[in-house]
Design a protein around this ligand. Structure first.
Ligand SMILES: [Fe+2]
Length: 336
C-alpha cells in the first residue's frame, strides 16, 4: 500500500502550537506519506528531524497465574484455556506459547534498536497481578521505552459482578498500574521525537466526555499526532463482520451485542453509543495533524485510510507472533 497524503504543510509545527484555543485543528493539515505491509510501515512526516522506530504489539493474550490468583480462577478459566495451548506463528509456523511469542518480539525489538514499544491492549487475558507483573518486568528488561493502553480483556474477570466501567476502574488500579508508570490509564500523551503519542482507553467501546476533551486539548498543540487505541475506529468501509469489530459503529447497542453471555459481562446499553464516542470518531477523521491510529482487537493485520493525513494501522495479534515495525521518517520531499 502506498498513500501520499496531506497538502498544506504547517511550517514550524515541531516547536510551537499553531492553533489558538478553539480554532479548528482541521486546518493544520500535515503532509504525510504512508507505505506499509502487514508487518511494517513507513510513515514520512513533514517536519520530522530524524527517524523514530516503533514496534507495535497488540493482543498478546498472555496468562500467568500463581497462588494469589486461585480465588479468581472461575473468572479466568475460559480465556486462560482459549489461549493456553501453543499457537502457530503466523509467518514462521513455529509453535509456541503466547508468552514466548511476546518475549521473542521483545528480543527482536532490542536487536533492531527500536526506540519505542507501543502496546495496544489485550496483552493479558485477565487482570491477574502475576500476568501484569510478568509483562511489566519483561518490558523493563528491554530497556526500551513503552506506552500501553488497555484492551477489553486486560481488566476483565468474566462473570464478576459490576459494570464494565466499574470493573475497569477497580482492576486497572489493582493490577495494571505497573504498565502505566505515572500516567492516567484512561488517557495520556507523551511527546517523543517530535510526535505527540496520545493513548486513549476505548476498551469499553466508548469514549467519555473527559477523554474527548483530552483529545481536543492534545490536537491543538499542532504536533504530528499518533493515537493509540485498542478497538479500531469505525469507518463505513471497515465495518467488519460484526459490530464488535469497531468503536463507534452506529448500530452498537443492546440489540447487536451477541457476546455478552459468552464473556459474562454487562450487556451493551439500549441507548447505544455515547454522544462523545460518535463525536470522537468524527473528530479524528477531521484532525489534519493526526498521522496514524495504532489499534488491535480484531487480530488481523490491515490498514484503513481515515483522512487525507491519517491511516489506521491494525496489527496482527502478537498471540500468533504478529506485530508491526513502524518507521516514522522525515518526508523525502522536504529535502528538495
Ligand atoms: Fe479486544
Amino acid at each position: 500500500m502506498f498513500i501520499r497524503t496531506g497538502g498544506v504543510v504547517a511550517a514550524g509545527f515541531l516547536l510551537t502550537p499553531l492553533l489558538a484555543c478553539g480554532e479548528d485543528p482541521v486546518r493544520t493539515t500535515i503532509a504525510v506519506s504512508h507505505s506499509s505491509t502487514d508487518d511494517t510501515a513507513t510513515i514520512q512526516v513533514s517536519g520530522l528531524e530524524k527517524p523514530l522506530v516503533v514496534l507495535h504489539i497488540t493482543d498478546a493474550h498472555i496468562s500467568v497465574a500463581d497462588r494469589r490468583e486461585a480465588q479468581y480462577q472461575r473468572y479466568a478459566s475460559r480465556m486462560d484455556n482459549a489461549y493456553g495451548k501453543e499457537r502457530e506463528h503466523w509467518r514462521t509456523k513455529k509453535k509456541t506459547t503466547t508468552a514466548t511469542h511476546f518475549l521473542d518480539l521483545l528480543a527482536s525489538a532490542k536487536d533492531r534498536n527500536v526506540d519505542l514499544i507501543a502496546l495496544t491492549g489485550d496483552i493479558i487475558n485477565n487482570p491477574s497481578q502475576s500476568s501484569a507483573q510478568f509483562i511489566s518486568k519483561a518490558l523493563k528488561e528491554t530497556g526500551i521505552r513503552w506506552l500501553y493502553i488497555a484492551g477489553n480483556h486486560d481488566w476483565h474477570y468474566e462473570g464478576m459482578a459490576g459494570s464494565d466501567d466499574a470493573l475497569r476502574r477497580t482492576w486497572t488500579h489493582e493490577s495494571l498500574l505497573p504498565l502505566h508508570p505515572g500516567q492516567n490509564p484512561l488517557c495520556y500523551a507523551v511527546r517523543i521525537g517530535g510526535i505527540n503519542f496520545v493513548a486513549l482507553d476505548n476498551s469499553t467501546y466508548q469514549v467519555t466526555v473527559e477523554q474527548l476533551a483530552f483529545y481536543e486539548k492534545e490536537i491543538v498543540r499542532g504536533l504530528p499526532t499518533v493515537l493509540l487505541l485498542h478497538i479500531p475506529l469505525y469507518t463505513p468501509a471497515n465495518a467488519g463482520k460484526h459490530v464488535s469489530d469497531s468503536c463507534g459503529h452506529p448500530s452498537w447497542g443492546w440489540e447487536t451485542d451477541r457476546n455478552f453471555a459468552i464473556e459474562r459481562r454487562e450487556r451493551w446499553p439500549k441507548s447505544g453509543n455515547l454522544q462523545s464516542t460518535t463525536e470522537f470518531v468524527q473528530r479524528v477523521r477531521k484532525t489534519g495533524n493526526l498521522v496514524a491510529v495504532l489499534a488491535g482487537h480484531t487480530h488481523k493485520a490491515r490498514t484503513d485510510k481515515l483522512s487525507d493525513s491519517a491511516v489506521q494501522y491494525v496489527a496482527q495479534a502478537t498471540c500468533d507472533g504478529g506485530s508491526r515495525l513502524i518507521t516514522f521518517a522525515p518526508l523525502a520531499s522536504d529535502k528538495k
